[in-house]
Design a protein around this ligand. Structure first.
Ligand code: ZN
Length: 194
């Protein structure tokens, strides 16, 4: 269904039960999907210790690998490792983390993922100050002349999606909004054209 849809990427939330209060799946699922997927795999690591897993996720077929700012003591090195494995680099920020922390690293980041709910569970309500964070991040990207994409993850639907695009977001992640819909292909089409 996703292959036949207008979705640009396929997003995966990998959860370790430590960084977030839930466990999802890991490498075998990514490998299995990679065999069928005709779109880039966008892998979001919600785990406390991502460095040892960069190469395994690259080998498993991840095209974009996103780590959380909150767990990386040496973010510059971590992003270098992701790039060395041939993947696009992503940095995710929890709702409480300011976009200002990216000022010295933004030129190394292909995608900034703003969590617009607290990570761990699907179907949560969108946190409103995300719009302000998008506007502020867009300004930072322009100031630094970076080519970074702004991705929003959590509580995305047609209403929030339209406002997010207007605020300057590039990539919208939607889970339950699409997979709970009666016609997911049509819902993806609608989201793609908000
Ligand atoms: Zn995610």
């Amino acid at each position: 269904m996703i292959n036949q849809s207008e979705a640009d990427w396929i997003h995966f939330d990998v959860m370790d039960g430590v960084f977030v209060p839930n466990i999802s799946f890991g490498l075998p699922v990514i490998q299995a999907v990679k065999k069928l997927a005709e779109k880039p795999l966008d892998v979001h690591l919600m785990i406390i210790n991502p460095d040892p897993f960069i190469k395994p996720f690259g080998d498993s077929g991840a095209d974009i690998l996103t780590v959380h700012y909150e767990v990386c003591n040496h973010l510059h090195r971590t992003l270098g490792s992701i790039r060395n494995e041939g993947m696009m680099t992503g940095v995710a920020l929890n709702p409480h983390t300011s976009v200002d922390v990216l000022e010295s690293i933004i030129n190394e980041v292909d995608v900034v993922l703003l969590m617009s709910v607290n990570p761990g569970f699907g179907g949560q309500k969108f946190i409103q100050n995300t719009y302000q964070k998008v506007i502020r991040l867009r300004r930072l990207i322009e100031e630094k002349e970076a080519n970074t994409l702004i991705e929003i993850d959590g509580g995305v639907n047609l209403g929030t999606g339209k406002l997010l695009f207007e605020a300057g977001a590039d990539v919208l992640v939607a889970g339950s909004f699409i997979f709970d819909a009666e016609n997911p292909v049509r819902t993806i089409h609608q989201l793609r054209n908000v």
